[in-house]
Design a protein around this ligand. Structure first.
Ligand code: CA
Ligand code: CA
Length: 385
């Protein structure tokens, strides 16, 4: 099964509204995912193409498990955007990622699993409109012609109009690459809303903010049939929500197809997948959208609502590091003197959004769940290809 995934902006989306202001926009989005080398070739590198953004939109990438990383603009027949290229895998005593059939990694533990790696990126302002992933061989060449199957999605901020609430919309579109092959997937989806902005490193570790409990289930099971986008909506009416985090789990669909390659599942739309139709775990992807700047960018590096000596200690202990957002106040990918200047500016100064920093997840209002359900039904009906 080979599949590319693409996020398709909605016709309704007002992308011009994306920006850095605290209200009426998305401050930034972030995503991290585990991926096994499911090719038949030893991988020594990897490549991620993020469509529709510029290099200055990219604020962070990881891992640092490769000797070389480059970030370049690309513009070719497939589109334009930013290409992140890693070569020279060098981690845990290994210099290559062996072909491996994956099992569930719980989304953020793949980092120490042979044949598997954990990638992430964050953007400020603009969201990628699509993404592709390739493993690279020892010469830095793409393994196989088609991208690896990695689900990505993107967020659009839809301003309030006609008396309605502003909302976030997220859409995932699996794009068929080999029509003769199985290409439908099962999705499990978890979601939480937060009263503070979150950081990329919070999505990496098993620190409890990533939703994966049954109570945080947004979609128990959903069958994503080839080429059919999936959309989720979040109304933002009360203004307290500052971040939305989703955890997507993908599994292969091993049920039947008809002669026109339409899914011919026995699934009724409720409950677990029927026997024989649920295949192996593909990947888990954690994503978040921030509606304001994370506390770190105001010098509150430990995110406790205070800018004080403890934050300076974090800065000092991480000074000189790259690709780590612990004390990177200006989001330039480096922890250096410019960041301590931000800390100095805000030292001892209370600021509104940090007062909420220690608060926990917001309970999910029933009305929002209803809105999501309604939105789903509409989109599936209208956008069927
Ligand atoms: Ca602090
Ligand atoms: Ca910095």
């Amino acid at each position: 099964m080979k599949m590319a995934w693409r996020f398709t902006p909605l016709a309704l989306a007002v992308t011009g509204a994306l920006g850095l202001s605290a209200h009426g926009s998305i401050y930034g989005t972030m995503s991290n995912f585990d991926i096994y080398n499911e090719t038949e070739t030893e991988a020594h590198g990897a490549e991620i193409e993020l469509e529709g953004i510029d290099s200055f939109d990219l604020s962070r990438t990881f891992p640092a498990h490769f000797d070389n990383k480059s970030v370049d603009l690309y513009n070719d027949a497939s589109g334009s955007g930013v290409r992140i290229k890693y070569t020279g895998y060098n981690f845990g005593g290994r210099t290559s990622l062996a072909p491996t059939v994956g099992t569930s990694t719980n989304g953020h533990t793949c980092v120490n699993t042979p044949g598997c790696e954990h990638f992430g990126f964050s953007t400020i302002g603009a969201s990628p409109t699509g993404a592709k992933f390739y493993w690279l061989d020892v010469n830095g060449m793409r393994i196989g012609g088609a991208p690896q199957q990695i689900p990505f999605s993107g967020y659009n901020y839809i301003p309030a109009a006609g008396g309605g609430a502003p909302r976030l919309e997220v859409e995932i579109e699996p794009v068929e690459v080999h029509p003769q092959r199985a290409d439908s997937v099962w999705l499990k989806l978890f979601k939480t809303k937060f009263e503070r902005a979150v950081d990329l490193d919070e999505l990496m570790s098993n620190n409890g903010i990533v939703p994966e409990d049954a109570a945080e289930t947004e979609t128990e099971w959903e069958l994503l049939e080839e080429g059919r986008p999936k959309q989720f909506k979040d109304d933002l009416d009360d203004g307290s929500v500052k971040a939305i985090i989703r955890r997507f789990e993908y599994y292969t669909y091993t049920g039947p197809y008809d002669e026109e390659h339409e899914v011919n599942s026995a699934w009724t739309g409720e409950g677990d997948p029927p026997a024989g139709e649920l295949g192996q775990f593909i990947s888990a992807n954690m994503e978040a959208a921030n509606l304001e700047a994370p506390a770190r960018t105001h010098g509150d590096f430990n995110n406790d609502g205070q800018v004080d000596a403890a934050d300076f200690t974090l800065y000092r202990d991480n000074h000189g590091r790259e690709d780590d957002d612990i004390a990177d106040a200006d989001e330039d990918g480096m922890i250096d003197e410019a960041d301590v200047e931000v800390w100095r500016t805000y030292y001892g100064v209370p600021f509104a959004h940090n007062a909420l920093a220690a608060s926990s997840a917001v309970p999910e209002p029933t009305s929002v769940m209803l809105a999501i359900s309604a939105g789903l039904a509409l989109v599936v009906a209208v956008r069927k290809r």
